[in-house]
Design a protein around this ligand. Structure first.
Ligand code: KMT
Ligand code: NI
Length: 179
């Protein structure tokens, strides 16, 4: 995992790194202030047990695996990628363990700037309910991820603006009270 400020350029390919110049790293502590959690679980040895432990501790009862590639998705590939990259929130956590490949999760900071989180195999990332975010493949065009859920999957992306959404409001409240 590598987190840094996005350069804000939306005119060129979203799959490029888009590092802000000068490069501006974002520390895990800053991410956790935004409610974004991260674990590194090397995909070797008892990695599945380690995932199970996190899942049990955080009450993630369900899971599935998604493969994002032209080959795996066929006809819906382009439209799925567009949906992933539209700025949105969810009314539940978005939990991803990267099984293979890589990609970028972008999250908004408190000043509404994009933070880009580059994930690779072995990264476990949790985005809190109510945070504005988006996802894109990187130049490698491939990711496979385990998606974990507290209960039934609550998929529905709620596109911005959703400023009056109760999960948005309680997210903002939790960030402010964490300062
Ligand atoms: C999402 O919600 O944006 C996704 O599931 C993207 C694929 S998982 C790396
Ligand atoms: Ni999402």
């Amino acid at each position: 995992m590598r987190a840094y400020y996005h350069d804000g350029d939306s005119a060129t390919d979203q799959r490029l790194p888009h590092e802000h110049i000068p490069y501006s790293a974002v520390a895990p502590e800053e991410l956790s202030r935004l409610g974004v959690l991260y674990w590194r679980i090397e995909k070797q040895g008892n990695w599945q047990e380690q995932i199970d432990a996190v899942a049990q501790e955080r009450s993630y009862k369900n899971r599935d695996v998604i493969k994002v590639s032209k080959e795996a998705m066929g006809d819906v590939y382009e439209s799925k990628l567009r949906t992933f990259y539209e700025e949105h929130l969810h009314e539940d956590e978005e939990i991803r363990y990267i099984l293979d490949g890589s990609g970028y999760f972008d999250v908004r900071d408190e000043q509404d700037r994009w933070i880009r989180i580059a994930v690779t195999t072995g990264d476990l990332l949790v985005l809190p309910a109510g945070i504005y975010h988006r996802f894109t493949l990187d130049a490698n065009d491939y990711i496979e991820a385990m998606r974990l859920f507290k209960d039934e999957p609550k998929w529905t992306p709620i596109n911005r603006p959703a400023d009056a959404n109760p999960f948005r409001l309680s997210y903002l409240q939790s960030v402010r009270s964490a300062v």
